[in-house]
Design a protein around this ligand. Sequence first.
Ligand code: GAR
Length: 198
Amino acid sequence: MSHKRVAILISGGGSNMVSLVDSMVGDHPARACLILSNDAEAGGLKRAAERGIPTAAVDHRPFKGDRAAFEAELLRPLEQAQPDIVCLAGFMRVLTGGFVSRFQGRMLNIHPSLLPKYKGLNTHARAIEAGDATHGCSVHEVTAALDDGPILGQAQLKIEAGDTADTLAARVLVWEHKLYPAVLRRFANGDKTPVLLP
Ligand code: GAR
């Protein structure tokens, strides 16, 4: 059996990337083919290299104001790796519709809120501020609109009295590490039925 090839885009520590990579073993239908970052210093690149996965970085900063030029550079290593599936995992750059359309229907993202609530940044603080009883994370198909696109899975948890953005973020992250691998496995098997956790 030939495995589906998965490229993962990161910007930081890459804990979600690690959870995805470590899940792609045994009878899993996919394997990681590239870890790509917009920051050569991203901690996740080292963690990927330690796992023997090819890495690449394209610094977005020299392209300030020219998203298309940045994306053209980002596309080089990505197309070379010939991924079947692209996973955004803490990738903190907004991608244009042109870039996204190249991977239409095969690009996933994890977002730390119960979408469609709290697209964008500071999701944990916004959920607390709103007095929400629950919060969580979502994996969705990436479309041209930010943090939009069909939902492929969600994990929900209770907001506790005394939660701060940091304590809540830490609890949500634990669920991200369960949700994203579960969705990827299902998606790589051609099944887009949403995964609902716990
Ligand atoms: C995760 O919480 C992820 O959901 C979030 O960034 C963190 C990355 O952590 N993503 C976004 O906010 C996307 N807009 P990681 O680098 O340890 O996976």
